[in-house]
Design a binder for this molecule. Structure first.
Ligand SMILES: Cc1ncc(COP(=O)(O)O)c(C=O)c1O
Length: 487
């Protein structure tokens, strides 16, 4: 992970009412507690340098001694590590991981275990079956060819391009490359746009398999916090993105502005304009993952981020059938300028030789049905989100959900940092969970857990009962080391 400095302004803003209990603790202690909480919550990224003491003291209107002493407490506790000659960087000490770390043992969900580690719905069975039957009818012309099309079949690229045009983003079929899912698209783009050692800006939290792909490609993720309390439409720290891009000279940013996984937040129009401007000013290629774009629940998203860019090279867009239709199709795509598409197509053979023609034909057919099947899914998801929220408020009332405008999951803040332990014990209570730490870097988000509402209502009810029972078994009360801080 690459070091970058967080500004005094953003620390001051995130600390919020850090002295609300003034008088009960010395100021330096309250400040150290507040900063520690921000580290645990992932708002100050691990590996980042804290602001200079003088600068933070001025921002918070406290004496410099208060900041110096707070930093020294954090250093003693292992939350700041100092190397000679360089600034102190933020860390999480092993002692703070007292509830245990690590992914839960992988178990297959049986009848009695609900698997909430996936935010993905079952297929709309009738439509998908019909689509494959129709694909079989459309197959014969392809049988005269070798059938390997690294670009993707023409009819599918035409339908995808037309969808972008309808959303206000002029696109030709030559600007589309069909991939075997969005995950494949992420891998291909990392291969084309970054070299080992390069920095890649990411939302924090973010989609875990993208983090994994960055790491496996030798990239260094640079986390920029997504702040749920920024409002349902505006959780992105655009100043933070701009300064992290400048400070780290990141080559690429991977962001999910459309119903972000895991928070469900959606970046508003002004934010999209600014994001495109940042890409232009910093020459950092913005890879926008639109996998969730059709899963809007409260209001449709603004136009694609790429439509706010001045040139086609600034913003690359990833799309997928997995959330709108079915993950089993394994069909996704990349929209980029033609030059990048040509490069991607040229390099594809090292990965694979194309996406199966049958799956592409079925995808063409499904996209040709228009919004109908997707609208039905949205209706189901709205109802399931309601059930999940009701069950949570009945059984776990002190867990605080982020309710974004769409997506397939709730991002919940727990009263104590126990996510890994919860995920580890949950299967024995009847539910498989993804710990909050999977969505962050080096142990961040231990106070968070993602709960998808992609499963039917009865499963969600059982799942929440199981989560509550696992949580109770941990015997957690509010973490005494955590200040009662409102941020
Ligand atoms: C944000 C995001 N990107 C990409 C993917 C992977 O999509 P696909 O199934 O198309 O590979 C997912 C799946 O959960 C996702 O949430």
């Amino acid at each position: 992970m690459m070091m970058h400095a967080v500004s005094a302004r953003s620390v001051g803003r995130d600390l919020g009412g850090w002295r609300d209990d003034a008088g009960r603790r010395p100021a330096y202690r309250a400040l150290a507690d507040g900063i520690r909480l921000l580290v645990h919550d992932g708002r100050i990224p691990l590996g980042a340098a804290l602001p200079g003491e003088r600068e933070l003291a001025a921002e918070l209107n406290v004496s410099r001694t208060t900041v110096t002493t707070a930093y020294s407490v954090l250093r003693d506790e292992g939350y700041l590590s100092s190397r000679q000659g360089s600034r102190s960087t933020v860390a999480i000490p092993p002692s703070a991981q007292r509830y245990g770390h690590g992914a839960p043992a992988r178990r297959t969900a049986g009848d009695d275990i609900v698997d909430l580690s996936y935010a993905a719905m079952p297929a709309p069975a009738r439509e998908v079956q019909d689509a494959y039957e129709s694909a079989l009818q459309s197959l014969p012309p392809f049988l005269d060819t070798h059938g390997m099309e690294p670009h993707g079949i023409g009819v599918l690229r035409e339908v995808i391009a037309a969808r972008y045009c309808a959303r206000g983003l002029e696109t030709t079929p030559a600007q589309i490359m069909v991939t075997s899912g969005a995950q494949h698209a992420i891998r291909l783009l990392l291969g084309a746009l970054t070299a080992p050692g390069d920095r890649v800006l990411v939302d924090h939290p973010t989609y875990p398999n993208a983090l994994e792909a960055i790491r496996r490609g030798g990239g260094r993720p640079v986390p920029v916090p997504v702040r749920p309390e920024g409002g349902a439409s505006r959780g992105w720290d655009l100043d933070g993105i701009r300064s992290a891009a400048r400070q780290t000279a990141a080559r690429m940013a991977y962001l999910i502005p459309d119903f972000h996984n895991p928070t469900g937040l959606c970046l508003d129009e002004a934010g999209r304009t600014e994001l495109a401007r940042i890409a232009r000013d910093t020459r950092m290629v913005l890879v926008v993952d639109e996998t969730m774009v059709d899963v809007w629940l409260d209001a449709p998203p603004p136009a694609p981020v790429a439509s706010y860019a001045r040139s086609g090279a600034e913003v690359v867009t990833i799309g997928s059938m997995s959330k709108s239709h079915w993950g089993g199709l394994r069909v996704g795509w990349i929209r980029a300028d033609q030059e990048l598409i040509t490069r991607l197509v040229g390099g594809r053979s090292a990965n694979d030789l194309g996406t199966p023609v049958m799956d592409q034909l079925a995808a063409t057919r499904l996209l040709g049905l228009g919004d109908g099947p997707v609208a039905e899914r949205r209706e189901v998801l709205r109802a399931q989100r309601g059930v999940l929220l009701d069950e949570l408020s009945a059984r776990l009332p002190d867990w605080v959900p982020t309710v974004g405008a769409g997506g397939m999951s709730l991002w919940l803040k727990m009263p104590a940092p126990v996510s890994s332990a919860l995920a580890a014990t949950a299967p024995s209570h009847g539910v498989i969970l993804a710990a909050g730490t999977r969505f962050g870097i080096e142990g961040a988000f231990e106070r968070f857990v993602r709960l998808p509402y992609a499963r039917p209502a009865d499963e969600l009810r059982r799942a929440v009962a199981a989560v509550a029972s696992a949580y109770e078994a941990l015997g957690v009360t509010r973490d005494p080391a955590e200040p009662a801080l409102v941020v």
